[in-house]
Design a protein. Structure first.
Lengths: 86, 400
């Protein structure tokens, strides 16, 4: 899998959500993003959808598509790669 | 918990994308009509991809009346009030000698519709009063009070999507406390940029006509309209020889204290509101003949409601009408209370709008075809942003 893409995503998460005590290295590839660990919620998920569109030009059209894609850095990276390959 | 003494509903009025009065709406619903399309009245929509349920333009002569000031929400509310009073066999002058309260749910008017004020003030323009005056004129409660010279109290409830139900619950308490002889209550909503663009941005809207509780559901569609009830004290009703169509038997309200927009997945808030409404009404869950669910068509809302129905009302038929009207936000509680009263009277439930395929992930499914039900009591349920849950128990008979 694309390590560079995953690193970029972790950086976006840390910067956009102001995870003050954390660096990209604190996010594991398969950590649940919208759970207790990072204190992120569904409003943050909408923000992440916006950032993914801005950075990669990949649109997540609705939450039916978004939920599985936004599970973790792994699922998001896979989703973006699959879309970019289309 | 103190028992709620039932409050008479003597008249009902409603208009939605289905039609311009309650009977038109009900008949169109039983025919399965879903009148939605791209928004036509919004000046600055972020997208036209998300269908909405608009009230067709020729809805009433109230548009031209003095009281409406050309404001759509006021026009919608006045049209529904007029029908509700006609249904209650009350004329405008008959309201003069009574203590008449008005308690309505609304989100757009009275709270959101203030565009132009900051810009005008920022530019220090002398004409900045104009948008402020317009803002004040957008209050449907004031519009109705002016039209009928109502003495008050007057109140607009702004608890988002549960505001219509909350208004009815509060209005019933005004009657119970002896504060009013009669209250005009329910909810009103017009389609508007802030709500449309907001729901689209939050990824809550479906690009297809919404499908509450369906396996393929993927969000809500917005709608507009008004639903009004005339609540009357027993004494006032008796004095004029009026008749109750139904009664508000109970009202329960709770907060999830969980999240700004998502309902608590464990459902403790919704469960609390349902159990409170049942307890204060003295009606056990087995006596609830049907449930008019909130059923917006979003993944979370419908999952939560289905799990609560499975838990508390395992055998009770339920349906959502939002597949026919869209989600009318603050009007939903008023409109759905009106539909519920009509279903109690007709002993007939419409098929759940937009539902065709049960979702294997949900523990309960709504009715797929119309159903004849002789019910003494029914639940009308609404959930709102902020984790607000509001539940009304409505019933046809006075003696429990």
């Amino acid at each position: 899998m694309n390590t560079e893409l995953k690193e970029q995503l972790k950086q976006i998460v840390v910067t956009e959500f102001d995870l003050s005590d954390m660096g990209p290295e604190d996010i594991q590839d398969d950590d649940i993003l919208f759970g207790d660990k990072f204190g992120l919620d569904s409003i943050d998920a909408v923000e992440l959808v916006f950032q993914v569109k801005n950075h990669f030009g990949v649109e997540i059209r609705d939450m039916k598509e978004g939920r599985p894609a936004l599970q973790s850095i792994n699922t998001l990276a896979e989703f973006i790669q699959r879309r970019l390959a289309q | 918990m103190k028992r709620f003494s039932p409050v008479a509903i003597s008249g009902v009025g409603c208009l939605t994308a289905l039609g311009h009065d309650l009977d038109q709406c009900m008949e169109a619903m039983f025919r399965g009509e879903r009148n939605c399309g791209p928004p036509t009245r919004l000046s600055n929509p972020v997208s036209l991809d998300y269908p909405v349920f608009e009230v067709s333009p020729d809805f009433s002569s109230a548009q031209d009346r003095e009281g409406s000031s050309g404001v759509r929400s006021v026009q919608l509310a006045l049209t529904a009030v007029e029908e509700a009073l006609r249904d209650a066999r009350l004329s405008g002058p008959e309201l003069q000698n009574r203590r008449v309260g008005i308690c309505l749910g609304a989100t757009v008017t009275g709270s959101l519709k203030h565009e132009g004020i900051p810009e005008a003030q920022g530019a220090n323009k002398p004409e900045y009063l104009t948008p402020e005056q317009r803002f004040l004129l957008t209050s449907p409660v004031l519009g109705i009070a002016n039209q009928y010279r109502a003495s008050g109290p007057l109140q607009t409830i702004v608890t988002a999507c549960s505001a219509g139900s909350d208004a009815i619950g509060l209005a019933a308490q005004w009657i119970q406390s002896g504060m009013c002889d009669l209250v005009l209550t329910g909810g009103v909503e017009e389609l508007y940029e802030i709500t449309y663009n907001g729901f689209v941005s939050l990824m809550n809207c479906d690009t297809r006509p919404c499908r509450p509780f369906d396996a393929s559901r993927n969000g809500l569609n917005l709608g507009e309209g008004a639903g009004l009830l005339v609540l009357e004290s027993e004494q006032a009703l008796g004095q004029r020889g009026g008749r109750a169509k139904a009664f508000v038997w109970g009202y329960g309200n709770s907060s999830d204290a969980y999240h700004l927009t998502s309902p608590s997945p464990e459902g403790q808030g919704l469960r609390g509101a349902i159990l409170e409404a049942l307890e204060v009404s003295g009606v056990g869950p087995e006596r609830i003949g049907f449930i008019n669910a909130h059923g917006t068509g979003t993944l979370d809302n419908d999952a939560l409601e289905a799990s609560m129905f499975r838990e508390i009302f395992p055998e009770t038929p339920f349906f959502s009408t939002k597949g026919y009207t869209g989600h009318t936000l603050a009007a939903a509680g008023g409109i759905e209370a009106a539909f519920t009263v009509s279903c109690l009277e007709r002993h007939h439930l419409p098929p759940s709008g937009g539902f065709s395929t049960p979702d294997p992930e949900l523990p309960a499914s709504p009715i797929q075809s119309s159903l004849k039900v002789r019910a003494d009591f029914a639940l009308s349920q609404t959930l709102a942003f902020g984790g607000i849950n509001s539940v009304l128990v409505l019933g046809g008979e006075k003696e429990a």
